[in-house]
Design a binder for this molecule. Structure first.
Ligand code: GLA
Length: 397
């Protein structure tokens, strides 16, 4: 990320968003906070109906929103200081990428024939863009939550998550799974949440970030390939399912496949699709084991699953990049680290590191020096605490 962007980003507060609203519009806005997320383990498994283990974190998007009694939506990106007004009957994908996450949600409400009204909205936040912390899902989920509240639509959180996901598909053209939107809406303070993306059942696991710190190392890399490669991975997995299903009719997603079945059809799958499938099946197994380690308080074994996840993402799923690999290898040599891996869609963004609290300062120094030494690059590092999912904020004077 460009340093000046990040400086501005981190100076955004709920108050500065609310003040911006009051200066531009009339009336008192509703204030909503929508968190970004981390994912401990379970990457590229969500759209394969598998398991994920995310948590909502204290980097968030803040919204000030109010119905304006007209048929027009007035949007302000507080961080970019850009505005866009769109008549309700002309909602369509915009050239302003930031607006699409909001317009995409409005379009979903319209598709369901829900009664809409014009509104004024200022939003901004502290989730670094392109860092793999799901700023886009936070924008979608916060907007869906705010409109659900203001218009009394009575939609449940799971419905909001699905609408936000569809907004991403149709307006941002990324065929994402449900993890990011689910995490932003269903996060619970001091817990990680395991979602079974097939049944949509979920379970919370206590996670104490005061003893085991979640530290994110931002590679600063934002590959333009990310969304096209993401959609390609999805297709490769679908090809794998098609072949496997021709042998095992009960397989309707990679979640239903075993490693033995994937191995048995290695030839027919072909090298690339075979590796994609085998990664996904193994990653689901890693999530299940990781949760057992968490329950047993065995952070060391949990960390080993994270390293396993990274190796799979790098070698079999091929969504890592040199910068992320350097960060994970550097983390591995520090004694305070339980585990590290790339996080999110890949091709850049952050690594997630689990670090013993008393070792964090030394870890930060170690990583900063290693990244500078090996790649000549500066490293942004964030520590994350785990917070509740999307919710209302009390207005401040
Ligand atoms: C992105 C997507 C998610 C998920 C991850 C990879 O964050 O939005 O749905 O697929 O990548 O795990």
């Amino acid at each position: 990320m460009h340093p000046s962007t990040s400086a501005h980003l981190f100076s955004t507060t709920p108050e500065s968003v609310a003040t911006d609203f009051r200066q531009r519009f009339s009336g008192e806005p509703l204030l909503v906070r929508a968190p970004g997320r981390v994912n401990l383990i379970g990457e590229h498994t969500d759209y394969n109906n598998g398991f994920v283990l995310p948590a909502a974190v204290d980097h968030a998007i803040y919204f000030a929103v109010r119905l304006n009694g007209s048929r027009t939506i007035n949007l302000v990106s507080h961080d970019l200081q850009e505005t866009l007004s769109v008549p309700l009957d002309a909602v369509q994908p915009s050239d302003h990428a930031w607006a699409n996450y909001i317009l995409g949600v409005v379009a979903q409400l319209q598709k369901r024939n829900l009664p809409l009204e014009g509104f004024d909205c200022v939003f901004g936040g502290t989730i670094p863009i392109g860092a793999g912390m799901s700023s886009s899902a936070a924008v979608e989920c916060g907007m869906a939550f705010a409109l659900n509240h203001l218009l009394n639509l009575g939609l449940e959180r799971m419905e909001l998550a699905h609408m936000a996901q569809k907004a991403e598909h149709e307006y941002a053209k990324v065929m994402c799974g449900l993890m990011d939107q689910f995490a932003s809406l269903f996060g619970q303070a001091n817990h990680v949440v395991r979602l079974d993306c097939r049944s949509l059942e979920y379970a919370y696991f206590p996670f104490d970030t005061t003893t085991n710190r979640i530290v994110l190392c931002n590679s600063g890399v934002k590959h333009s390939l990310a969304s096209s490669e993401y959609n390609l991975r999805r297709q490769e997995c679908e090809q794998g399912v098609k072949i496997l299903r021709s042998h095992y009719p009960n397989i309707s997603s990679l979640r239903d496949a075993t490693l033995a079945q994937v191995e048995a059809h290695r030839q027919e799958l072909g090298d690339v699709v075979y590796r994609r499938c085998s990664y996904v099946v193994e990653e689901n197994e890693r999530v299940v084991r990781a949760c057992q380690h968490l329950e047993a308080g065995d952070m060391k074994s949990f960390g080993q699953e994270m390293y396993g996840s990274h190796a799979g993402l790098r070698d079999k799923y091929e969504v890592s990049c040199r910068e992320l690999d350097v960060l994970v290898e550097a983390a591995r040599t520090h004694r305070g680290v339980y585990g590290a891996r790339m996080m999110g869609g890949g091709f850049g963004g952050c690594t997630i590191n689990l670090v013993a609290a008393e070792q964090v300062e030394s870890f930060i120094q170690h990583m900063t020096a290693a990244y500078q030494q090996q790649l000549g690059l500066p490293l942004e590092i964030y520590q994350a605490t785990i917070v509740d999912g999307v919710g209302l904020m009390a207005p401040k004077a």
